[in-house]
Ligand binder design. Sequence first.
Ligand code: ZN
Length: 484
Amino acid sequence: MKLLALILTIIISEIIMSQNFDFEQHLYQSYEIYKEKSITDRRFKHADILPLIEKLKHQPGFTVKKVGESVEGRDLNLVSIGSGKTKIFLWSQMHGDESTATAALFDIFNFLSDSSNKQFYDYLFGKVSLYFLPMVNPDGAERFKRRNAYDIDLNRDASRLQCPEAIVLKNVFDSLKAEFGFNLHDQSIRYSVGNSFRTASISFLAPAFNYAKDVNNVRERSVQVIGNLYQALSQFIPGHIAKYSDEYEPRAFGDNFQKWGTSTILIESGGWKDDPEKQFLRKVNFIAILSAIKTIADESYTTTSDEIYNSIPLNDKFIFDLILRNLQIENGKEKIKIDIGINLDEIGDKDGKTFHFKSQVADLGDLSTFFGYTDLNLDGYKIQKAETYKDKIFKLGELNNIDLYDIYSKGCTNIIVDKLPDGKFSDLPINLALSNKIDTTINIDEPANFVLKKNGKVEYVVINGFLQIVEKNRKFDGNGIIIR
Ligand SMILES: [Zn+2]
């Protein structure tokens, strides 16, 4: 059995290393084997990754070294593997609410721990050494917010170096003087690939190192590696890859690392339809990062034309979460046609783990140049102000049994309660108020609450941006707001 396993290992490794083998396709197919099962959503914490890092200390080939602490005393650990000449430094989540790549790094650690790929690793780690600093901002991750515990954006502290996390990142950078650096972030899910009707699901950047955006040898290598990654990922997310703004930012880490001689590659995870927890994009990160490591190890990027990078469209902003098109609205005597664009922002709860949505009417009018994650043509529907349900004053305790269908079908998005609960949100898809004296005019920047009728009948209600089809026995999703 052992011999058979050894032969199999050699065969698999040889296949992976051969020129014609599609490494990325192999990663795509085998991902579930390596996915770190204890991480299931975006809001995992430092305490969730600590046992995984602890485990790596006992994993052959891996070295784990504590390199510092966050403001609130959470350990920052550098994980390394490999003894090749070319050093690659990867750091993630300097913005606490950008965790997609951190999850992928733990998938990658599992992949690199799989002894059945040994011959491939012997080859790989004869060429490169990998250094990972996962979750640079654990205090931000604790609250799932961008900034650190001082409320400073670490990516604007690369020059002044006032925060412990920024100092650690810079110290590790200085100690390694790596040839390549990977700066791993998440971007707005509402970025589009240029003006195409596609989400920018992954955006790359070879950061500029000066205002003139010159390209020297260091930046050129970033451009070439990105060219390879663009091609490798296009088979999985065709048309969904963009380029992040290349304006020089002298306070940011990527721009400075590029200036200080490390070929730096920014990877931003954006949005993907029906993937709110970004688990598919986590898989794409897994493929992208391993693909990058391989192209650096086998130097296949060195013959890649700059043209690929130069032709990648820039991030743009043509996306709403929801667009409802061709609605008829009556303004006084006028009847006019409008599209309505609605966004739903996640507002984190105090526990840093759960969240509610806050809606906003983001635009009104002709939105034909925009598109929505949910995008509906509602020609023939009339949009009207929502009402407040007046038949009854509800007690908080009875809210879980209320008949939402009955309330919706009367054109209501708000109910009156005898007492308002704490906070800003209602857990149910209904808005709560103390009286019926509520202005429900549909206004830009205000929460999205209104009713859609066809032939005089309420067919849809929009409650705090959640579109509800008004049908009996339906399960209604979403959360409302508390109107104070
Ligand atoms: Zn970021």
